[in-house]
Design a protein around this ligand. Structure first.
Ligand SMILES: Cc1cc2nc3c(=O)[nH]c(=O)nc-3n(C[C@H](O)[C@H](O)[C@H](O)COP(=O)(O)OP(=O)(O)OC[C@H]3O[C@@H](n4cnc5c(N)ncnc54)[C@H](O)[C@@H]3O)c2cc1C
Length: 409
């Protein structure tokens, strides 16, 4: 088999993680031949282009976890990157609101976590201060994070891609990787439009992370289970009801943050996302069904364990997905002035969430190494915020395991 193109490093997936990784490698090693392949006709078409756009500060994550460290470090890098590239962002602040006494221990736990993670300026505030910050919100106590922010991650990904190309990297869209073979210490990435050869392959394939990793013989587990998140958009005349970001106290059993109010960098306000099992990995509507995806999810023992444990919660989420009234009721818990006609239909995103065989949703970021291959197996939220820090970790791992030779300037 003759390769159509040769690289030192081929990256599968032109989402924000793959592109940030290509940028990091080329910054460290000018002259390295780096190619980024994506199956879509354009970059950032999946999670990177379908998310809340929140620059997380690092409140939620277990202290010491990769998520906690990469979020705090990634946020600082992201802000510098936005300034260098003149990408609009805003540190508009965020409140996590408790509406019932029973939520207070969890709220206080988040405060402790945030402090342990080094999140600056966190404050527990009472109803009066909450009203000053968000006049339409009611709660008995809230956690205020003044440095949480907003940005358009699609724009960040495009700026990364521009830098990659300016530094001599190649981005190949319309290149779906369908097989990966190995010969003479090189990896061959087979796509319907040609074969790409590389010394190292790095996969950052989002909802297909498990399938693409398996192409190099990596284990099936953790499996990706797609969770769709639907948004409503707040009627533009009522957008003034939300000044920044307003979140509920999350259910600690799940990695999702609960339906919230997100002011976007363009001034619109999104409500959501919920979290329902998607019947197709790239199914952005309830009615999208892909039989292979669905069968694979249902056949995975970890999913069956998860479903047995949480069928009630899953069913309620599914009902809320179909019932606007129920979605609204959830939001009215802390914004009682909200009316049914304030909610307009909005976009959706599909989260790539890794699931372990024991039925637990994998909480932390996961990167697996193999000879000549490195796989990002779990990069859910806040991986967009953390992308530039994740890229550093991946580049470190590649440099540790592969002799890339001296930089070719
Ligand atoms: C609803 C929602 C809300 C979110 N909100 C936030 C938020 O506010 N803040 C935050 O920090 N994070 C948020 N996230 C998480 C964040 O969007 C993701 O963690 C991040 O975008 C992951 O980037 P990625 O590059 O790993 O994946 P993706 O952006 O999904 O990119 C993967 C790429 O791989 C390509 N690919 C897959 N298979 C192949 C193949 N075989 N061959 C070639 N290419 C392939 C795909 O086409 C895709 O472009 C949210 C996610 C969702 C879904």
């Amino acid at each position: 088999m003759v390769a159509d193109e040769r690289f030192d490093i081929a990256i599968v997936g032109a989402g924000i993680v793959g592109l940030a990784t290509a940028r990091e490698l080329l910054t460290r090693r000018p002259g390295l031949r780096v190619g980024v392949l994506d199956k879509e006709p354009a970059i950032a078409q999946h999670q990177t282009g379908h998310n809340s756009g929140v620059i997380h500060a690092g409140v939620y994550y277990a202290p010491g976890s990769l998520k906690a460290r990469a979020c705090v470090a990634g946020k600082a890098k992201l802000i510098r990157f936005c300034e260098e590239h003149r990408i609009p962002y805003e540190l508009c602040g965020k409140v996590i609101v408790a509406t019932e006494e029973s939520e207070l221990p969890r709220l206080h736990e988040l405060y402790k976590r945030g402090q342990a993670n080094g999140v600056p300026g966190l404050e527990l505030i009472g109803p009066r201060r909450l009203r000053e910050l968000e006049p339409h919100v009611e709660g008995i106590q809230a956690l205020y994070s003044p440095t949480t922010g907003i940005v358009d991650f699609g724009r960040v990904a495009h700026a990364c891609a521009d830098e990659v190309q300016a530094r001599g990297g190649t981005i190949l869209t319309g290149h779906e990787v369908i097989a990966i073979t190995q010969r003479d210490g090189l990896r061959q990435l087979v796509t319907p439009v040609g074969t790409i050869e590389a010394r190292v392959v790095i996969t950052c394939a989002g909802v297909y992370a498990d399938r693409v990793a398996r192409l190099t013989g990596a284990p099936e587990s953790p499996k990706i289970v797609p969770f769709r998140g639907d948004y409503y958009v707040l009627r533009p005349e009522r957008a003034g009801m939300v000044r920044s970001l307003i979140y509920p106290v999350p259910d600690p059993r799940f990695p999702f943050l609960g339906v919230h109010f997100t002011r976007r960098i363009d001034g619109s306000v999104w409500l959501g996302p919920n979290a329902v099992l998607a019947f197709s990995r790239e199914g952005y509507r309830f009615r999208d069904v892909n039989l292979r995806d669905l069968k694979e999810t249902l056949a995975f023992p970890g999913f069956r364990k998860l479903a047995r444990r949480y069928w009630r919660t899953g069913g309620a989420e599914m009902y809320r997905d179909l019932s606007k009234r129920s979605f609204l009721k959830e939001l009215q818990r802390y914004m009682p002035d909200l009316r049914p006609d304030d909610l307009l239909p909005g976009p959706s995103g599909v989260r790539a969430q890794a699931l372990a065989p024991d039925g637990s949703l994998v909480d932390d970021f996961v990167v697996d190494r193999q000879e000549g291959a490195l796989h990002v197996r779990n990069a859910p939220s806040p991986a967009a915020t953390s992308s530039l820090a994740i890229a550093e970790l991946i580049a470190d791992a590649v440099e540790e395991t592969t002799d890339l030779g001296p930089a070719r300037v």
